[in-house]
Design a binder for this molecule. Sequence first.
Ligand code: SF4
Ligand code: SF4
Length: 139
Amino acid sequence: MQGIIKGLAYTLKHIPKKKVTHHYPDEPMEMPDRFRGIQHLDPEKCIVCNQCARVCPTDCITLSGRPHPDPGKKGKILDTYNINFEICILCDLCTEVCPTEAIVMTNNFELSAYSRDDLYKDMEWLHENNTNIRSENKV
Ligand code: SF4
Ligand code: SF4
């Protein structure tokens, strides 16, 4: 009996306190700014140096480019860029090595899908994933 009273007292004491639970997914979760979330890619900034693909520990980045069509301009332009989020571990190494910050982490984390194929994200998708970019990478 004493235990029940103690339990009730504890419950009543905590009812007026601020709730710590979150109504996810009805209310979106805001992750801290250094959170390692799904990458955003800016194809215009990419110089096709391949460093991100080389450093990736899980080999989940594939990309291709071609020489700039304008003969007056040096360098390459990006044609395709894909990340396979079935095996990406969001380790942040690709963004750390990128010399132009063409690829940066965001605070977005929602990737759930019914098909594994949907976890294969292309250049357009990565480019459009442009919300919640880390403040240090915002222009
Ligand atoms: S976050 Fe890590 S695992 Fe994912 S693409 Fe970048 S380097 Fe590869
Ligand atoms: S490291 Fe950056 S610039 Fe180089 S290929 Fe990757 S995204 Fe492009």
